[in-house]
Design a protein around this ligand. Structure first.
Ligand SMILES: [Fe+2]
Length: 289
């Protein structure tokens, strides 16, 4: 056996009983072996790689996934998102490590800010099919607080602070009162942050809202909305920014409009339209985060 015939032996040893699975595992093995041959991977380097993954496993728990972060900073998450985005639909963007299943259901128009600090923000999102038809959808929404932390990072916040699931009506209009999200650094205590420091890369992400929009007959959209003018738009640590996802936060200082919207004065309005592809417009299955 030599370094090339070994690859053939490994390939021949796998039959996962499914054409697609076999295609994926075979390509993974071929590329992995090609990578090791290309760089003449040493034993010490191989062990360092395994230690990196071991360290990632040690810091991963139910609320913190370092493997998701590895995928994000290597651009794999964004590559999968971009390949899975339909041409006329709003592009997908990274799910990120802070999504949690089972966020509370809130009525459309809910006030997520309550008494907490932060710039009062009215988020208004119109959900349309790529055909232009309004969509009734379930929206899973989450963001960080005014201190830059997500709820699971901050014992001072209630467990589901600034997270909710909302059903929109047939008009496809989502409306939430919330706070302006803040730029934040990806977690700095794990192996990914060490890698970023070694590479001289910024760990910062521009401020964003996270949304998962699910509607019958449409591809589920996992995406983010970024704020125009954010200083980290061009250096997002996880490559999540797309031009179509950058939205302005416009200050509204008209007391009458604030009263109409049930907002304090002044407040910020973030308004945009998201387009979802119909399931018939692609052969890809809807992603299931
Ligand atoms: Fe995030």
């Amino acid at each position: 056996m030599d370094p090339h015939s070994l690859t053939d032996s490994v390939l021949a040893s796998f039959d996962l009983g499914d054409t697609r699975r076999n295609q994926v595992i075979s390509a993974l093995i071929r590329h992995l072996h090609d990578f090791a041959r290309e760089v003449s991977l040493s034993h010490a380097e191989w062990r360092a790689g395994l230690q990196f993954l071991t360290d990632a496993a040690a810091i991963t728990d139910a609320t913190r996934n370092e493997f998701s972060l590895i995928s994000d900073v290597l651009g794999l998450s964004s590559l999968v998102d971009l390949m899975g985005s339909a041409p006329d639909a709003t592009p997908g963007s990274v799910l990120g490590p802070f999504h949690v299943h089972g966020a509370p259901h809130c009525p459309n128009g809910a006030d997520l800010q309550g008494a907490q600090p932060g710039q009062a923000t009215l988020l208004q999102v119109e959900l349309l099919s790529t055909t232009g038809t309004p969509i009734a959808a379930e929206v899973d929404f989450w963001q960080n607080a005014a201190n830059g932390l997500y709820a699971q990072q901050d014992p001072e916040q209630p467990p589901h602070n600034l997270r909710c699931r909302v059903l929109t009506g047939p008009d496809g209009q989502l409306r939430l009162r919330t706070v302006l999200p803040q730029p934040y650094g990806i977690p700095g205590d794990g192996p990914v942050s060490q890698l970023m420091r070694l590479a001289g890369r910024s760990c910062m992400r521009p401020a964003h809202f996270h949304l998962i929009v699910a509607a019958p007959g449409h591809r589920t959209l996992v995406t983010e909305l970024f704020l125009q003018g954010d200083r980290y738009l061009d250096t997002d640590a996880v490559f999540g920014v797309r031009p179509a996802l950058i939205v302005p936060a416009v200050e509204v200082s008209d007391p009458a409009e604030a009263a109409r919207q049930g907002m304090p004065c002044p407040f910020l309005r973030v308004a945009c339209t998201l387009h979802l592809a119909t399931t018939s417009s692609t052969s890809e299955p809807a992603p299931a985060p």
